[in-house]
Design a protein around this ligand. Sequence first.
Ligand SMILES: Cc1cc2nc3c(=O)[nH]c(=O)nc-3n(C[C@H](O)[C@H](O)[C@H](O)COP(=O)(O)OP(=O)(O)OC[C@H]3O[C@@H](n4cnc5c(N)ncnc54)[C@H](O)[C@@H]3O)c2cc1C
Length: 482
Amino acid sequence: MPEGTRIHERHARLKDALVGVVGSRNLIAEAQALEPHLRDWRGRYVGRTPFMVRPGSTAEVAEVVRLCAEARVPMVPQGGNTGLVAGAIPFEAGEEVVVNLGRLNRIRDLDAANFTVTVEAGCILQDIQAAAAEADRLFPLSLGAEGTCQIGGNLATNAGGVQVLRYGNARELVLGLEVVLPDGQVWDGLRGLRKDNTGYDLKQLFIGAEGTLGIITAAVLELFARPRETVTAFVAVPSPEAAVELLGRTRSGTGEAVTSFELIPRIGLEMAVRHVEGCSDPLAEPSPWYVLIELYGGREDGSLGAALETVLARAFEDALVPDAALAQNAQQAADFWRLREGIVEGQLYEGGSIKNDVSVAVSRVPAFIATASAEVERLCPGIRPVAFGHVGDGNVHFNLSQPESAERDDFLARWDEIAHAVHDVTARMGGSISAEHGLGRMKVQEAERLKSPVELAMMRAVKRCFDPRNLMNPGKLVDPGS
Ligand SMILES: Cc1cc2nc3c(=O)[nH]c(=O)nc-3n(C[C@H](O)[C@H](O)[C@H](O)COP(=O)(O)OP(=O)(O)OC[C@H]3O[C@@H](n4cnc5c(N)ncnc54)[C@H](O)[C@@H]3O)c2cc1C
């Protein structure tokens, strides 16, 4: 198709060709059906598209991409659309075709002896966890959106979640990938190998690339032994410094059995208790900070619980832990987690909230929280920092609730200004402005502001190498420049 042809004409001509590939039922152009696919999870952005296609196989994805590339029409890969940086939706101009991976949802193979599972990109994360459990294996990636997000989206955003401390990010859980490149070629890298030193580790380029280098269609994921004992504790600590000290002691004292170590501030607990059904304070006395600790062990003899009790008893003697509750059953453990997960929901009822998902070295978490809190208070007196999250990974969800007296919209209008200040503190501490969710559309400019010229040049070179026409999720993650 000639390059100069207007985009709307190209869309019109492309449409028939795409129907020929996916069938008319899988080309969605009707506004109501499209609506949830055009709005980001937080509702900050609503995009437009001429249509969304739902290919049902790798071959169909490849043909869809080839046709779009030939027509010079940009594409947005979309999984469960639970991403938090508006990476999976098109821009308002309405140029991109949405390529939704939901129909690629087969588990192709589970090799229990190799501790691997081969899945298609559209598999829901929870379904993969269930398939692993059925084979007496564990797929440890776990996050709040697991009932909706898809493994393709998890890999494209290098998702983290609550067990990174023990098992790593999504990046560490992948042995092989199948990818449709921006010109429609298929790369079959579905190898279940733990050792492969035959050159560049190409799969890692696509993990965390947020769909800007190609569309992931399948993956070989690593499985682990299923834990035989789970110990969950809700522990009061006087400060983030104490939390970090306790983390070190717990890791050492339990033989690296810590899978989750989540920091919770009193203000976050109160918001959850106030607004979220089923949330209650497990401890008798209030504490300024808490940690939710979870351990996985391979034995069923109670030894892990005993090890944690020893760690906590010593911490109690050293005034590091004033109080703690160990879950006595699965329901109690679920109640502790409900509190942790209830923080975000509780914040919804407290007016506007400006979200930051950052990371620093674990040892710097206390200094980060203190410095960033002081900085946002200086900018916006009365602001209520709710700093919580995966402190075991140095990952702080530094979410800022509006001052009680402020107008919601006035507060939210200051999102960029306040987020910039938080990012500056993060950068000064050698941290990352996106610990988990990627850059998407929201943080492209911030990454450009804060990354070094050398790093940016390398990223742009990679993008231009794989996608010289900038057709694969343009405007997200990195601007390739001219
Ligand atoms: C309640 C809640 C809790 C969350 N908790 C966490 C958490 O603890 N840790 C965490 O890391 N994230 C978390 N997230 C963010 C989100 O769930 C993750 O980023 C998730 O991995 C996105 O998966 P998805 O299928 O929804 O992807 P989408 O939102 O559809 O897409 C995300 C990005 O990946 C690209 N993409 C999607 N599929 C493909 C594919 N097959 N090939 C190439 N590119 C693709 C999209 O273009 C987009 O750029 C949370 C979100 C919510 C709503």
